[in-house]
Design a protein around this ligand. Sequence first.
Ligand code: ZN
Length: 382
Amino acid sequence: MEIKNSKELKKYNRYIILNQIIERQPISRTELAEILNVSHTTISQLVKELIEEDLVVESYTKSTGGRPPKILSFKGYNKYIITLSFKETVISLAIFDLNFKLLHAEKINVKDNELTGLIEVIGDVLERLILEKKIKKKQILAMGISVPGIYKDNQDLIISSTAPYLNGQSLMKKIKNKVDFCPVFIQNDANIAVHYEWNYMLKKRYDNLIFIYIGDGIGSGIIIGNKLYSGSHGNAGELGHMQVKSTGKRCICGGTGCLEMLSSIKAIENEFKEKVYFTIDEIIKGYLSGEEKCKRVIDRAVKYFARALSSMVSFFDPEIIILGDFHNLYRGKIKDKLEEEMKKSHIFCVEDRPELILRNDRGDYQFSALYIYVFEHWKKEI
Ligand SMILES: [Zn+2]
């Protein structure tokens, strides 16, 4: 963080003090001053502000004699973060308190709706929940939204989304018509996932990592040197549009030979138009029982996916790659096959090959990932 003036220095100090209180609570002012190497006067002044703003609470420890020392804790239970996870057919809404406790989750189905209509529905659901849960709007401190596709925040524009109702839309402007009481953060879903892995799941043990999401599309989130890398225009990580073949079906991006047209769930299912096998799970079953067509399609998907992964490894030299296990595509035998294919790629030192792990990214994963992203950003903004 670059600090240009005293106002920014104060903001930075508030952030590191609050962060330490959250991580090490309960903690005394003296301990804070020692850990952060910040003067007692600064600590006292900023802690006073945080108490006045109801973010920090003070209590007394048991003392064996003399005056009992005062200790500080974070007051997260009566403040909230709302998360909205947009997908092609469903929008998942969740409410967390600031102690990372999930209070409520529900799904809003997307039928043939336009985005404007969907935002009306979201607004109604929010109004209902605020009443039901007896939450005041001023207690909602931030909202986070994850979207499939590229979100260009300088233009407030979504492109290359697998959810057609989001393409070409200015989501921030539209959501702000309903949510004008707190800051809103919008981010691509794979970026949210890689941030969650780095910050929370893997506890910042890795500096360079890649999360790959395989669903109807294929996308990735990249962290390099402990920072999210989204490129000069927000387009980095569009792994699904890496050209892995010189010919093939035309992709939504206008190109041919894109990875997404060969190795995504949708691409695999589209090979079975005659409907002998309806879903990816049935196709995988067919593969495991040695059915010829299933084997051919999956082997091809794995081969090209491994090729794209090898290129990613050459470009970024990550320590670890996390595969979101959407539809269980890369489980068991198929993961072995992927690793076998990866071994064929050229790498100078075998020991530099990144670790490859599978992550169940269903259930509460998306909510939690989004919560952590918003919470971390909110702390820096207060
Ligand atoms: Zn493409």
